[in-house]
Write a protein that binds this ligand. Sequence first.
Ligand code: ATR
Length: 282
Amino acid sequence: MPNLNQDKAAVIGWPVEHSLSPRLHGYWLSQYGLSGDYGRLAVEPQNLSATLGRLQKEGYRGVNLTVPHKEAVLAVLDSVEDVAQRIGAVNTVVVEDDGALTGYNTDIFGFAENLRAAGFEGASKRAVVLGAGGAARAVIAALRQMGCISVMLCNRTIGRSISVAEKLSTSDCQVIPVAWDKASLVLAEADLLVNTTTLGMRGQLPLEIVLDDLPQTAWVTDIVYTPLQTGLLRIAAERGHTVVDGLGMLLHQARPAFTKFFGIDPQVTPELRAHMLQALGE
Ligand code: ATR
């Protein structure tokens, strides 16, 4: 018999079988001895609104969203936190006591916290970001929160970098669009290089970028975590840069969501990392 009083949450995607969120939240539920449940719901785009409308009746505290719902969901929610509205992407929805649905973006915290946990200080730093999709917009918001003063935004489709720069550039953190084939040329001033494209992911094309001009002190991070050590991170480590892999972003972005659903701020530990790496076959 299902326990109707237990807290429930899930990840919604299409497809959703690949999502590691149930394994991650499930680990914390058992670690903290909570009776809650975290599942997965395969929901096609045209059924997203109806599915969200049923969440409260079905006892859900909230849901996480993955591809392809993170942008479309904004139109369905009752309210959206300012920063998620600004970047146009929501990955966490909370069902309020009155049934209203509120959207948040915890990828921003996840990216920032992964770098902070590794010891990176963002204040007054200059970043180069590769890619201009939803992940890049969350990364730019995180970099701004961390105190970075500029972001060179390199994307294959330059029009996309231009529109993201127009939307996210501020007087304290300027976002400057850069042509994809000029990426290597803007590295000389960088304190941090971030890959947010799908290049380098298992089954995708490799990311080809010449790091010769990147200062020795610059940090390099990749939000791709399959494989954990991407080609970019391998080459950067060989050149002596401090590198931060993308698994930490996945782990840390889940923390604020878990807190909203189940009431505890959970820890990211070496044991949790090992538990997730096992599922990744690393
Ligand atoms: P997400 O929302 O997860 O960031 P996305 O919107 O599909 O995903 O963005 C994927 C990013 O990878 C984009 O910046 C994309 O570049 P375009 O905007 O030009 O499509 C980038 N990308 C994917 N394949 C690429 C390739 N072969 N070469 C260069 N960039 C690529």
